[in-house]
Design a protein. Sequence first.
Length: 227
Amino acid sequence: MDSWEWNKIAGAVLGTLIFVMVVKIASEAIYDVEPPAKPGYVVEGVEATPASGAAAAPVEEAVPDWGTVLASADVAAGGEVHKRCEQCHDVSKGGPNKIGPELWGVEFRPRASHPGFSYSSAMKAKGGTWTYDELFRFLKSPGSYIPGTKMSFAGIKSVQDRVNLIAFLRTQSDSPPPIPAPGAAKPAEAAPAAGAAPATAAPATAPASDDKTAGHGQPAAPAPKTP
C-alpha cells in the first residue's frame, strides 16, 4: 500500500473525528437542558443543595403554640422519631455520652452543660437554654442554626415530627417541664417593610353641615377680608 492510500485513510479518520465533534457541539447547543429547580424526589436525612448561583434566602419559621401542640402531641410517635438519634444520643437516665451528649432531662437544661461531654466552641458560644423554641429551631437544621456544631445530622424538616420528638424528650426527665397555657406566647407583630413609611392615622375631618355654626354650637369666625 503506497503513501497515497495511507494519506486517504488518515484523512478519512481525521474527517470522521471532526464530524463527531461538530455534531456533539451542535447537539449541546440545540438541546441545552437547564437543571430542575428542585429534585424530583427527596431522600430523608440528606440536605438539599441549592442550585449554583441561586442565593438561599433564610426563611424564619413560626414557632408553634406549645400550650396547644404539646397537649395533643403523639409521645409514642416521638419515641419512634428519636430512633433516628439513638446512634449518637442515649436518652436513658444515667446513660453514657456517645457521639453526642446523653439527653435525659435535656429540656430546659443549660446548653453545653452535660458533664463529661466535650462540646464544640460554637455550641458553648451560643449559650442559653434548651427551651421548646430552641429545640424546635435546632432540630430543623443543626448546622444552619449553630454553624460549627459537631452535630452533623441533616435535621428533621417535618414540624409534626419535631413536635412529637420534643413531647417525647419532655417525658424523659425526673421532673418534666410544664406545658404553658395555650396562647401564652403571642407572635410578634410584623415589622414594616424596609423603606416603607409607617402607617399614620388619617386626620379627622369635620362632617359637612348646612348650618352656619361650627364646633360646639359657636358661630363660625368670618373669613378675613382681603385689602
